[in-house]
Design a protein around this ligand. Structure first.
Ligand code: C2O
Ligand code: CU
Length: 499
């Protein structure tokens, strides 16, 4: 029987996958037969079932990767199948790529859609021309072949389309995938890392369906959750410390994650890798584009018991994306302003070699401080009045305008000011930054780690510091934008050159 996705993914032709998983983690996973998270064919969600087995995306390892993005369909509702996009034969989302820090990787991305796309490596410190932003268009039928050295720390990253004005619709169709980076520091720690068994990828999103069962690709909020593309997901997890790599892959909704019984869990990683010491939490807010790695202790949960991961989105202040009260309409949804289930966990017996404690120390990052900055700039979110598109500093994205020029090796403090209407999720390419201040109060402990995406609540200014090193170009810009893809597509994006 198949305990993990790899090798039992009957739905995945994946003929272009060069790298078959052969790492120790997977071997462990198949042999433990923890009854663990089984792959579930992503095409077989049963619309009538109370719960479907959480899909675990296939893993690809090595230094040479082939991705093909194509159109597919998935049975998500009773009646007609839903048109979707997926990479390498998946019918929603795509394989998880595993990179080792220091490796030179070659990737070939074939666009088998009938429309243009791009593939962006979110969070990566790589040359702008390899970045996969709006300028690296992959025409329908074409193949793009970037290569780069993996310089980021071990952590959870992702890839996704970034074609200007098409990002929202392509993401809603399901195009995207996770990237796990490993490095020697992280590998030396006693942390769960058996993918799909005690190291669980969780890609959170929600969808609104048209009467035809098709995704509403203009919807700001979905009415029903999909986790890794699975509706009403359940996962069997062993009675021990389990790691969750959580990505908010929404259009606009933010999550306020926690467990139904209020148990404490531990944040071990932010967008750019491990934090220095674990942060004990009972709730973790995650805005669009952000990642969190957490450890949750299931060792006191008997085999057979049920633990619920939920989002506590009831009663949040105005501006929190998905806190709006309406249950329908443009800015409403059936998940808004309520607490809802994200994942049903069915506990099974502990595995051999279970992790039973949280390491006291995880990393020794030295973060930039405001005093390190050699230059400062301010970016303000504006609009022309309620209901008009958001802009940065009065300007909508223009492919031919460079909005900021940064000197190579500068350490800069960027302050993002949001006085317009609603919270935003600010993301910058090329760098990982340290959040140094929030006008609304102290920077919380769970944001004291390397970040590439940061929530900017209505009425607040947020400052971060980053070093723009290694990659200069007089012609190829990097992007900064709101990661709410509806805002991004309407023009809340700018570009900068490092030179
Ligand atoms: Cu996740 Cu500019 O992107
Ligand atoms: Cu926004």
């Amino acid at each position: 029987m198949c305990a993990v996705a790899v090798g039992c993914s009957s739905s995945s032709p994946a003929s272009t996958s060069t790298a078959v998983v052969d790492d120790g983690g997977l071997a462990d996973a198949s042999s433990t037969d923890a009854g663990g998270v089984s792959s579930g064919d992503p095409g077989t969600d049963d619309p009538a079932a109370s719960y479907n087995t959480l899909h675990i995306p296939e893993l690809l390892t090595g230094t040479s990767f082939n991705l093909t993005l194509s159109a597919s369909t998935k049975a998500l509702k009773s009646g007609a199948a839903t048109a979707t996009y997926g990479y390498n034969g998946a019918n929603f989302w795509g394989p998880t790529l595993v990179f080792n820090k220091g490796d030179d990787v070659q990737i070939s991305v074939k666009n088998a859609l009938s429309e243009d796309t791009t593939t962006h490596w979110h969070g990566f410190h790589i040359p702008a021309v390899m970045d996969g932003g709006p300028h690296q268009v992959i025409a329908a039928g074409a193949t793009w072949s970037p290569s780069f050295k993996v310089m980021n720390n071990a952590g959870t990253y992702w890839y996704h389309p970034h074609l200007h004005e098409s990002t929202q619709a392509q993401l809603i169709h399901g195009a995207g995938g996770l990237i796990i980076i490993r490095d020697p520091q992280e590998s030396a720690l006693a942390l769960p890392r058996t993918y799909g068994v005690d190291d669980l990828p969780l890609v959170l999103t929600s969808r609104r369906y048209l009467a035809s069962n098709q995704f509403d690709t203009t919807a700001v909020y979905g009415d029903e959750m999909l986790v890794n593309g699975t509706a009403r997901p359940k996962a069997t997890l062993p009675s021990q410390f389990v790691r969750m790599r959580i990505l908010n892959a929404e259009t606009e909704r933010a999550y306020n994650l926690g467990f139904a019984d209020g148990r404490t869990f531990f944040l071990i990683g932010t967008d750019g890798g491990l934090v220095n010491t674990p942060v004990a939490l009972t709730k973790k807010v995650l805005y669009v584009g952000e990642r969190a790695e957490i450890l949750v202790d299931l060792s006191h949960d008997a085999a057979g018991s049920v633990v619920l991961l939920k989002s506590f989105n009831n009663g949040l202040t105005f501006g929190f994306p998905g806190g709006e009260p309406a249950q329908s309409g443009n800015f409403g949804s059936q998940l808004n302003n309520k607490d809802f289930d994200v994942l049903r966990i069915e506990v099974s017996a502990a595995t051999a070699g279970a992790i039973t404690s949280v390491p006291a120390t995880l990393a020794s990052n030295t973060y930039w401080t405001a005093a390190d900055a050699t230059n400062a700039r301010t970016i303000t979110i504006t609009d022309n009045g309620p209901g008009t598109p958001f802009k940065f500093d009065g300007a909508s994205y223009d492919a031919n305008t460079v909005n900021q020029n940064v000197a190579l090796n500068a350490i800069e403090k960027w302050t993002i000011t949001n006085n317009r209407t609603f919270d935003h999720s600010f993301h910058i390419h090329d760098v990982q930054f340290a959040i140094v201040s929030r006008s609304g109060g102290a920077v919380p402990d769970d944001e004291k780690g390397w970040k590439d995406t940061v929530r900017v609540p209505l009425g607040e200014s947020v400052s971060f510091v980053a070093k723009f090193d290694d990659f200069a170009s007089a012609t190829n810009p990097f992007m900064y934008h709101c990661h709410m893809s509806n805002h991004e597509d309407e023009g809340l994006m700018g570009q900068f050159l490092v030179k």
